[in-house]
Design a protein around this ligand. Structure first.
Ligand code: HEM
Length: 467
């Protein structure tokens, strides 16, 4: 149904207005993931729903998703949530818009080029080996918590190399406080609560101030005593220049550093946590991962050059992110009237895209709820439409850290499988909690066992046991 000649909304939007105010809201709050799949199946590839005063166009057709994220991307901005996140991330890459964003993206891109990834890979493996050496077998542990610590450590070290001591201790809890605020739908929908004396608001404000304080201190110190041999991410950001020779101000560098911390650590930890849960349910996958890693790097730690050979590990990560995409929802807002699938829609409309729902669509994936890494081994990724599988988004705002994250997930997972086998702990409760990211509601409680010694890996150390 087209927009009316007098400019009044098309029928699809009047349908949204007619939706019961609370009915959709309650169904959504009770089970957002189920709500999305039911809505797609019932209402089709372009559906509408309403949450309180916001109307959403829920788009599930890959070709139309491509229209929003790529072909007509200039007609859409990020959504209200990204605007609110500016209170934390300022004008960082995740939240900025327009020409400013374009310039920042150009300045940041070299930090994620291939040559840089090789250096980050060494940090990733070294920090992982070190962390795993501390994980005892036989005891119950929340491995999601462990992966959060490990990926934070890796982001901190790739960003700050030498200056890292003490940073994690401040940034970790502060990021938790910030993410907690954004995980509460009531707080997120009422940004004005932020300036009230509510304890959650106070914690959130203090967390932002603490993170900015520590990062500002490191930037000041670096500017004062630059080290030409330092090639960490921060050094790249401080040195980056655009065509006019202009550099980022200290405040811009700080916003980008905070953005990389926020965008770059929980998402990767979630990928690893959901993958570990799948390993508990499919022990044969752990065995194949171990055999592959030991065959590729017999008797030595994995390295950057091994990554292209870890094809099964890559398939496991791809399949895990298909079933549990950490970015389960991607939002946009129309900057002007637009047309999609032959219908016209007005400026201001919110667009809701969901990798979760698309990745579980039986039209694109056979047995969509089954964990089956082998489906990726015969070139599936090349045959799929770009937006039948899009854990990293797409178009100009595609995740800048996608190669970093894939490499990190493959290296960490393979290193983990060489050392451990894993089973779910008796106390484990598994449920997905879709906050900003798709989290395990109760962590992922597991028990580790030492992996059997592999024929390929004579030098492999046995894992420590609990005393
Ligand atoms: C498995 C891990 C990750 C997933 C699933 C993921 C997912 C995403 C997605 C879906 C977007 C696009 C959001 C949108 O279009 O609105 C995005 C953007 C972004 N991601 Fe990631 N990400 C991951 C890891 C990382 C890492 C490791 C870094 C950095 C070290 C990073 C930094 C960013 C940044 C800076 C943006 C904003 C890019 C821009 O707008 O230009 N991400 N990510």
């Amino acid at each position: 149904m087209k927009q009316n000649a007098d400019g009044t909304p098309s029928r699809s939007l009047r349908n949204v207005d007619a939706l019961p105010l609370l009915g959709g809201m309650i169904a959504y709050l009770r089970d957002p993931l189920g709500f999305l799949i039911r809505t797609r199946k019932r209402d089709g590839d372009v559906a509408t729903f309403r949450l309180l005063d916001r109307k959403f166009l829920f788009v599930s057709d890959p070709a139309l998703i491509e229209q929003v994220l790529v072909k007509q991307s200039a007609r859409f901005s990020k959504d209200w949530f990204a605007r609110d996140l500016k209170r934390v991330l300022g004008e960082g890459l995740l939240t900025s818009e327009g020409d400013f964003w374009k310039r920042q993206r150009r300045l940041m891109s070299p930090a994620f080029h291939r040559e840089r990834l090789a250096e980050y890979a060494a940090v990733m493996v070294e920090r992982t080996e070190r962390a795993l050496a501390e994980w005892s077998v036989g005891e119950e542990r929340d491995i999601h918590h462990d992966f959060m610590e490990l990926t934070l450590d890796i982001v901190a070290r790739t960003l700050f190399s030498a200056d890292v001591e003490g940073v994690g201790a401040v940034i970790g809890p502060a990021l938790d406080a910030v993410l907690d605020w954004y995980s509460n739908p009531i707080l997120v929908s009422n940004p004005w609560l932020m300036s009230t004396p509510l304890p959650a608001a106070r914690r959130h404000r203090e967390a932002i101030a603490a993170m900015r304080g520590i990062i500002d201190g490191i930037i000041r110190q670096r500017r004062a005593t630059p080290d030409p041999d330092n090639h960490d991410l921060l050094a790249m950001l401080l040195a980056a220049q655009d065509e006019d020779g202009e550099r980022m101000t200290d405040a811009q560098v700080r916003d980008e550093v905070l953005t990389l911390f926020l965008a770059g650590h929980e998402t990767t930890a979630l990928t690893l946590s959901w993958t570990t849960l799948l390993l508990c349910q499919h022990p044969e996958v752990t065995k194949r991962l171990r055999e592959e890693a030991d065959a590729v790097a017999s008797g030595r730690p994995l390295a950057y050059g091994d990554v292209p050979k870890l094809v099964y590990a890559e398939a496991v990560v791809q399949e895990s992110m298909r079933l549990h995409p950490p970015a389960w929802a991607i939002g946009r807002e129309a900057l002007e009237d637009f047309e999609l699938g032959g219908r016209r829609y007005p400026k201001g409309l919110a667009i809701f895209l969901s990798p979760w729902s698309v990745h579980r669509d039986e039209r694109w994936f056979s047995e969509p709820d089954r964990f089956h890494p082998d489906r990726w081994l015969d070139g599936l990724a090349k045959r799929l439409h770009k937006f039948q599988y899009f854990p990293f988004g797409g178009g100009p705002r595609i995740c800048i850290g996608n190669a970093f994250a894939m490499m990190e997930s493959v290296l960490l997972l393979s290193t983990f499988a060489r050392r451990f086998e894993v089973t779910l702990a008796p106390s484990a409760r598994i449920a997905a909690r879709p906050a900003i990211t798709l989290r395990p509601a109760h962590g992922v409680r597991v028990v580790l066992r030492a992996a059997p010694k592999s024929d390929h890996d004579p030098a492999h150390d046995p894992a420590p046991t609990t005393p």
